[in-house]
Write a protein that binds this ligand. Sequence first.
Ligand code: GLY
Length: 577
Amino acid sequence: MTTAEIRAKYLKFFIGKPRNHKEISPAPLVPENDPTTLFTSSGMQQLVPYLTGENHPEGKRLVDVQPSIRLQDIDEVGDNRHTTFFEMLGNWSLGDYFKAEQLPWVWEFFTKELGLDGNRLYVSCFEGNKEVPRDTESAKIWKKIRVPEDHIFFYGVKENWWSRSGPPNKMPVGEIGGPDSEIFYEFTQVKHDPKFGEKCHPNCECGRFLEIGNSVFIQYQKTKEGLKELSQKNVDFGGGLERIAAAMNDDPDVFKIDAFVLLIKKISSVTGKAYKRNETSMRIIADHMRAANMIIREGVEPSNKQQGYVLRRLIRRSALKVRDLKGKLVGGDLSLNFESDIAKVIEDEVGRFSISLEKGMKQIEKIDSVDSKKAFDLYQTYGFPFEVTQEIFADKGQKIDKDKFQKELEMHQEKSRSASAGKFKGGLADSSEATKKLHTVTHLLHAALRSILGDHVSQKGSNITSDRLRFDFSHKEKLNEDEIKKVEVLINKEIDKDLEVTSETMTLDEAKDAGALAFFGHKYDELVKVYSIGKFSKEVCGGPHVKRLSEIKGHVRINKEESVSSGVRRIYAVIEK
Ligand code: GLY
């Protein structure tokens, strides 16, 4: 079965009776309103407000397919199952159905809809800890649907707890999560390797078992005092599409599924090498370039900052692997089968890197023992991303101190890229309040720009970090000082009125008829939420907002205005106390 067929079957199964889910659009891969992470890494990211009590316009039962990137797995890529980019099948109960419905449905989907052999499936439940009881309820449900007792395993927080930031002790205050029940496929042809432990079990790393889905019971929120129960019990199912396809193939190599086959074939023809015996390098190239393709689609270009740096790192690491395989690197080597505008971005980046690559490699040959200074030199002079240098020297048995490398970077005033490196760890800061405020200010800014400059102004993009907003909009000329001042004064006048922020649900057409602004770069669902700030602003939106403008606790200052492209301007603004 192809990934497209699995995706379609999953959506149909949950949309159909008696499950009655509504399909929602996935969030963009580069999040607009979440400064804590570079990429969307789970379906939950766009649904947090609704998991904590806000009404979702499409109801309490949702289903989606969320393209995701998890950079924390990047070092594992090269084995037969880890990828950075993947698609997550997700079904959601927002305080509606719970374990008794969810687990039998998941079982039915895997065994009846997809036809996986139930004897090859294993499940796991949360074993309990001081704060959260053992999940005997899930185990009972699994038994009731005839999962044999020896296919049901219990694990602790490390394995059977899910939140965006990991186990409870890693969750920042405000973060939500809960215990989960996972489902694994057994590749009986893979012999257990005792180097991973005496006995094999679903979470053993030997490769005999592959997790293909998890049902998270999101019912807790972290507070200063510990975990507290949310007012509603939610379900968040996440099924890894690529892994499910591998289980359907009954082949543990995820890179043999249809989504990778053509890429691997093309890499083989570019390098003149067979996949067999070159699996590790080819998997890295295939994974990284598939991810690069998706990132470029979101408008990201290779750079030394944030998402652009990740893209650069993915392309340059792949370039090095191609060079290793074929002995040289040519500009078009990584264009693979990508569309021409994507291929052009890749080709340009490979072109830039190939100029310094050979010189850098010669330099590397001369280095007997590497240190952070030499790694920095390779970065600065030859464009070798730190992680690429780290990998080259790890193959020679040498380590480089990342903290010292960061210090070298900071000394060269590259503070912003260091900031982004912190995000690679996937850690979440507690910045939800700042995000709410800045996001609400974005609405005010949009309305104020239209009021001062004219109705031709419309949103072209938006990005928020924990301390500033960035807003792109259509307008031909540079804003003069007087215009900037007027926009600031107007926004701050509205903030001082302490207007209320209200929302209502309607169809997209009704929203447009009501005069609501919408960002047409977005794909909207049938029903949308329209946020009004008094009579000043009305916008279709799914982002987080304050309830009243006094919560902003400050005034807005525009600290930069610049051109992005022809007819598009960009504003950076901050909130000052
Ligand atoms: N369903 C939670 C996750 O793995 O993303």
